[in-house]
Design a protein around this ligand. Structure first.
Ligand code: CMC
Length: 429
């Protein structure tokens, strides 16, 4: 029993609830016994005040703009490490030693190929299928290819499934892209680092040598680090909820990909670019800003705002810098879309409506522009997000499965439908 408690009084019933403290961050009131003691549920749509689990993986302080993975600041991980190091950290809880790192890199790169029959699975999709639709199907289908990894009670198989997904996700994503553009699939090349291998699988063609640009590869690796995990967001919560039923890990990650696709979540990077294209020229920005402020217009400035960060998103700061590095490297100066993006950023940051509501450009605002400059079509943006987030989903899924207090997720509801009534024969209705 924790020392701190809180009392909840409902009508004439009152109950004392334990208050639990984390290592950092707000305390939580453990309301697990509320219903038994008072007969009442809590009501919190959107989980604005509800912690759905205990976790040791990622910490966010939205007011201060802080993001820590296992205690390490995102700025340090993105500035000094590489993506596979962050993967190791998220999965195992500690940064790897040099030997652990090379062993981990080796194991990931030895799982990059997918079953060759997968190619026929892809051919079942229409060529113009959205690559996120293909990813939901292809990742879910992995359960049909790797039966051995679906035994969630076996810790070794859980780790093999984790390695398989981290390793195969870039291959599946690149295949979704190649299928869409009508080019042959490019097999992974295991002596390349994670980001370079992905770039090659996306952009190499059999008729010429593909040269990796190290600045672009490093920028992509950084994008992967920045998107690796973000505590209990919508897609991660989806993975945890699906996993709480005992569903296999491939099915759970497919569910996470489906949730990520939404425009309020990972889909924002794609929609943001579409919005910039729709705005078209700098002189049209004020009319879109006016629409964003209009309560009667559902339009929102995509790439702005965040549920948790009510100060600057620390990922956006790093992404802003990476974005400029990539544009400089590629010599992109006069891109009208970029002009619109930079002007929009300036105007929104100085507008009372956005200042009052603490609406800043989020990570998707800059990552979209960067990915476009790298040559990815907008439909691939959320796919890249999914590639990076896979490790976060898996780490959170494993943590949940390994938690002795884990139960099936089963939210309650406030029922506002009709009370019980009698069934009437059709002639009496
Ligand atoms: N443009 C204009 N107004 C906005 C925006 C926006 N992008 N975002 C929030 N607002 C307004 C909102 O209308 C509300 O105004 P009021 O107080 O007058 O009613 C106020 O700001 C608070 O917004 P909210 O809807 O309560 O905020 P939320 O925490 O529920 O939503 C959000 C967060 C990210 C869903 C929302 O800001 C949004 O839809 N942004 C655009 C989509 C986007 O870029 N999403 C990517 C998020 S970052 C990547 C990820 O983690 O997935």
């Amino acid at each position: 029993m924790s020392a701190k408690t809180g009392t909840i009084k409902i009508g004439d019933k009152s109950v004392e609830m334990p208050v639990r403290s984390g290592t950092i961050g707000p305390d939580v009131v453990d309301i697990g016994k509320l219903y038994g003691a008072t007969g009442a549920f809590t009501y919190d749509p959107g989980f604005l005040s509800t912690a759905a689990c205990e976790s040791k993986i990622t910490y966010i302080d939205g007011d201060e703009g802080v993001l820590l993975h296992r205690g390490y600041a995102i700025e340090e991980l993105a500035g000094q490490g590489d993506f596979l190091e962050t993967c190791y950290l998220l999965l195992y809880g500690e940064l790897p030693t040099a030997a652990q790192k090379s062993d981990f890199d080796y194991r990931v790169t030895r799982h990059t190929m997918v079953h060759d029959q997968m190619t026929r699975f892809y051919q079942g999709f229409r060529r113009d299928a959205h690559p996120m639709a293909v990813m939901v199907g292809a990742v879910g289908a992995l359960a049909a290819f790797y039966h051995d990894s679906t035994d969630i009670t076996d810790p070794t198989q859980r780790m093999i499934a984790s390695m398989r997904m981290i390793a195969k996700m870039p291959t599946l994503a690149a295949m979704a892209y190649k299928y869409n553009v009508g080019q042959p699939f490019v097999y992974p090349k295991n002596d390349l680092d994670y980001a370079s291998n992905f770039l090659r699988m996306c952009f190499a063609v059999p008729c010429e040598e593909y040269r990796i640009n190290p600045v672009i590869a490093r920028a992509l690796d950084r994008i992967f680090i920045l998107h690796a995990d973000h505590e209990q967001n919508a897609s991660t919560s989806t993975v945890r909820l699906a996993g709480s039923t005992g569903a296999n890990p491939f099915a759970c990650i497919a569910a996470g990909i489906a949730a990520l696709w939404g425009p309020a979540h990972g889909g924002a990077n794609e929609i943001c670019l579409q919005m910039l294209a729709e705005i078209g020229t700098v002189d049209r920005i004020p009319q879109f800003i006016a629409r964003a402020k209009d309560k009667n217009d559902p339009f929102k400035l995509m790439g702005f705002g965040h549920r948790v960060y009510k100060n600057f998103d620390p990922r956006a700061k790093i992404m802003h810098q990476t974005c400029h590095e990539v544009l400089k490297e590629l010599g992109i100066k006069d891109d009208p879309l970029l002009d619109v993006a930079m002007e929009l950023e300036k105007i929104a940051l100085n507008d009372e409506y956005f200042i009052e509501r603490k609406l800043y450009p989020n990570v998707d605002f800059y990552s979209g522009i960067t990915l476009k400059a790298m040559g990815f079509p907008t439909s691939m943006f959320t796919v890249l997000f999914a590639v990076a987030r896979t490790v976060g989903w898996i780490a959170q899924w494993k943590e949940m499965i390994e938690d002795p207090n884990q139960k099936i997720g089963r939210p309650r509801q406030l029922y506002t439908g009709s009370p019980r009534r009698d069934y009437l024969q059709p002639d009496k209705r």
